[in-house]
Design a protein around this ligand. Structure first.
Ligand code: DGY
Length: 336
């Protein structure tokens, strides 16, 4: 849909973005910013969708069918400032003729770095060790041969659930740390990548889970991946194994995971994402205090470089759309 008006398009941005991105948006658009970064309420979003030409939400906004149905006829583009798009009802947007875009590729390496940090942090007790020096300053009695022992990373097996861009970037890092690479994916990756990573493909997720030392969750959140790591599947993991999640909380059945961790049926977990964000189950916090899990507040993609790249992608998507072209990062509805 081509916007014929010469006026700058009205673009409503739901959260504070890096200054450089906001400055450029102000130059190009009639941009309504959120300077104090207070998350927008659903009624505020409804009001915005009745007047804006373009909505720029983030993963903290729930753009569901009920909201989309209340959008005014002028709203033609939802240019999400996010890689994931599980917070937007893509099919409902398509029914209303609203195009949706996201910001893929630019978060891959940052997310993979933090994913690798979690793979290291849990078995090597990184967060626990760091707390010893800061929580009780001056009480450290010094090195001892049997104190703060964790488990070796080198030589272990990592099982990557979802070998897309981020999963592959995690695999490259894991290989450099001496882990052997196993993966489960809807489709086998190309032979060149498989050879480079010396990766073993598992058609059966169940069989892979039972045989690896570290499970790395890197698949997108879709109806098909909701609770993919169910109670039954978590029970297949070895009691000495660890699980790391930088994808979306809903891919793991969190209640079942907590039970496994408390009962010692899984050795530990590194979690950057949670089922009910921003709420974090107090039982997970307790497990973190006991050193069984490392918890991060959804920050695996949080670099200033990444956020500026995301902003650039949002701007390019808006500009190409307004100029009457197909924006580069369209998210297609399921029926297409
Ligand atoms: C995204 O953009 O989907 C990420 O989860 C943000 O970290």
């Amino acid at each position: 849909m081509v916007m014929t008006t010469k006026k700058k398009p009205k673009v409503y941005i739901t959260r504070k973005l890096p200054d450089a991105v906001e400055t450029r948006m102000r130059e190009l658009f009639d941009a309504e910013l959120n300077i104090d970064d207070t998350p927008r309420t659903q009624p505020e979003l409804v009001a915005a969708m009745k007047t804006a030409d373009v909505l720029v939400p983030t993963v903290t906004d729930r753009i569901d069918a009920a909201l989309i149905e209340q959008a005014g006829p002028q709203l033609k583009l939802i240019a999400s400032f996010s890689n994931g798009f599980d917070h937007i009802d893509i099919d409902a947007a398509a029914r209303r003729g609203i195009t949706v875009t996201n910001t893929p590729n630019v978060l891959t390496e940052d997310t993979a770095d933090m994913n690798m940090a979690l793979i290291l942090a849990v078995p090597r007790r990184l967060a626990e060790g760091a707390r010893i020096l800061t929580d009780k300053p001056g009480e450290w009695a010094g090195w001892s041969p049997t104190w703060m022992l964790g488990h070796r990373i080198w030589g272990k097996r990592v099982g990557i659930v979802g070998m897309g861009r981020i999963g592959t970037a995690v695999a490259r890092r894991a290989k450099a740390f001496g882990l052997s690479i196993h993966y489960h994916n809807r489709h086998r990756v190309n032979p060149v990548t498989e050879d480079e990573l010396e990766a073993t493909y598992w058609d059966s997720l169940d069989q892979m889970l039972a045989r690896v030392d570290i499970v790395s969750v890197n698949c997108p959140s879709t109806p098909a991946t909701f609770h993919l790591l169910s109670a039954r599947r978590l029970a297949l993991m070895q009691p000495t194994s660890y699980i790391v999640n930088t994808a979306r909380g809903g891919v793991i059945d969190e209640v079942a995971l907590i039970k496994c961790l408390r009962e010692g049926r899984i050795a530990g977990a590194g979690l950057d994402v949670f089922e009910n964000e921003p709420a974090v189950d107090p039982k997970l916090v307790k497990l973190a205090n006991e050193g069984k899990v490392v918890l991060l507040p959804h920050m695996s993609s949080a670099t200033i470089e990444g956020r500026i790249d995301m902003g650039d992608k949002v701007i390019i998507n808006i500009r190409t759309f307004i100029d009457g072209h197909r924006p580069p990062n369209r998210v297609l509805p399921s029926r297409v």
